[in-house]
Design a protein around this ligand. Structure first.
Ligand code: SAH
Length: 472
């Protein structure tokens, strides 16, 4: 180890930055966050530093560096583009044992500044000892995605309970057990999802237990997995996948996504192939309730967004009835995913002011209001529409839409197997039959479909690209 990693208290202490440009400004950003008393010596200040000066966050000496500038400093940073000057600042500081950092010159530094992930009061610092700063920045980005934004709030909550936990549990082992459970279990989940009041109550309850760790509360996470491409998962979905004990998933959840679940997690498939309901909804509801009552953290993983044609509402209903705690995590719905990956904007100032999501068929064979749907300047997105494609197109024409209205079918949207078929209300059904489109397929109808020709950008290997737009 070439450097000793430490966290340095500079609150209200004199810190000097030599240099007034953007590189100096990045270091000043950090010193500001650490509440240092900052002086900047530079003939001129760039825009960011001028803003800090105007806000009274730093003292500026508009001149060249002088040796006496370092008198009494807690630390010094040299960030000028003058190598000789940087070297001089470094030498003078070292002579007087004042910690000094020279940006991008590890050999002139007595300390280096790590890349950080700031979840104050939690700070993660990463350094390659100056060997490969880009590598530490990349690593930092990875950590950034792993640590929920509210992680710091968890530490703050822990701090407010620290003394009480110490009094309540006599031994170190007991306390460690208590904190491990609190910081990874339901309490943490409440804090991370912004339910702080409930988190405090849960902490109070946990403090009443006789032995720490006996409090295992089941919970259900209703999570949207997005349309298929694993990159479209949310950070929260990923985090919950890694902590769930059981994953209950649908057919639409891509295998590559399921791979992110915790290795030890039990997986239960309740998929429905199009048209056949392999596990009735009521049975899924009962399963979720039972698993949560057993104290499990249950991840109910659904394609797209749980609240858009996903029956998330019915499951939440059953959980609320049973008094089971749950949270709902949105996902990229098929309409957004398919539209983006097919290069078809769902709204556009020139041709579509509204966008309506409809199902291809209704429960109990009911009818949609086709007249209201046959509006000009409106995009229609039909979920589960492949089976009834012919009759949907017919009804829209019957209700007044032009037979030449452009329409697209997107199969396996966002996946490597994505296919896009373009036509119009008159031609699309026959074309779809000809090239055998298969579910899951999304139907997009409206003038916006014309833009596909210009905006198509996603062309995975093996995909069958669009048949050119042919209006009748
Ligand atoms: N909750 C989901 C929708 C479930 S209904 C969501 O928000 O996306 C199932 C229908 O969604 C399918 O019949 C199909 O129309 C559409 N769908 C889901 N994923 C899709 C994909 N990757 N490509 C095309 N259509 C998709």
């Amino acid at each position: 180890m070439d450097f000793l990693p430490i966290f340095f208290d500079v609150r209200s202490r004199p810190c000097l930055v030599v240099g007034g440009g953007e590189v100096a400004a990045r270091k000043v950003d950090l010193l500001v966050r650490a509440n240092a008393a900052i002086t900047v010596v530079a003939p001129e200040l760039g825009r960011s530093l001028a803003r800090y000066r105007d806000a009274g966050r730093l003292t500026h000496h508009a001149r060249e560096f002088r040796p006496e500038d370092i008198d009494g400093c807690t630390l010094v940073i040299a960030a000028t583009d003058d190598g000789a000057l940087n070297g001089e600042v470094s030498r003078r500081c070292r002579e007087r044992a004042i910690p000094v950092n020279v940006v991008d010159a590890p050999e002139l530094c007595s300390f280096i500044v790590p890349s950080i992930v700031d979840r104050s009061p939690v700070i993660v610092a990463v350094s390659s000892g100056g060997a490969a700063p880009v590598l530490s920045r990349l690593l930092r980005t990875r950590l950034e995605t792993m640590l929920p934004a509210a992680y710091g709030r968890l530490a703050t909550l822990a701090e407010t309970f620290r003394d009480r936990v110490k009094r309540r549990f006599g031994t170190l082992a007991q306390r460690r057990r208590f904190w491990e459970e609190a910081l990874q279990g339901p309490v943490a989940e409440l804090v991370l999802t912004g339910r702080e009041r409930a988190a405090k109550i849960a902490m109070e309850v946990a403090l009443q237990q006789d032995t720490p760790g006996s409090l295992s509360v089941g919970e259900v996470y209703l999570v949207g997995a997005g349309p298929g491409d694993p990159d479209l998962l949310t950070f929260r979905a990923l985090r919950l996948m890694q902590q769930a004990d059981v994953v209950v998933y649908d057919r639409l959840v891509a295998p590559a996504i399921l791979d992110f679940a915790h290795r030890g997690a039990e997986r239960i498939y309740v998929g429905k192939a199009s048209g056949e309901h392999s596990v009735p909804q009521e049975q899924i509801n009962r399963l979720l309730v039972r698993l949560a009552r057993d104290g499990k953290r249950v991840l109910r993983l659904k394609g797209g967004d749980p609240f858009i044609f996903g029956r998330g509402g019915e499951e939440a209903d059953a959980l609320a009835d049973a008094g089971i705690a749950f949270q709902i995590v949105p996902g990229v719905t098929a309409a957004s995913g398919c539209a983006a990956y097919a290069g078809i904007p769902l709204t556009h100032r020139d041709c579509a002011h509204s966008c309506v999501f409809i199902p291809g068929h209704l429960k109990d064979g009911g009818e949609l209001n086709w007249r209201a749907l046959a509006e000009p300047r409106q995009t229609l997105v039909v979920y589960m529409g492949l089976h009834a494609l012919g009759s949907i197109c017919e009804r829209l024409i019957g209700a007044g839409l032009s037979a030449a209205t452009p329409a697209a079918l997107v199969q396996d949207g966002t996946l490597q197997s994505q296919r896009v078929l373009i036509g119009d209300l008159a031609s699309l059904p026959a074309k779809a039959a000809e090239v055998t489109m298969r579910p899951p397929t999304l139907l997009i109808i409206g003038e916006v479909v014309r833009l596909h020709e210009r905006f198509a950008w996603f062309e995975p290997a093996g995909s069958v690209q669009a048949t050119a737009l042919r209006t009748a």
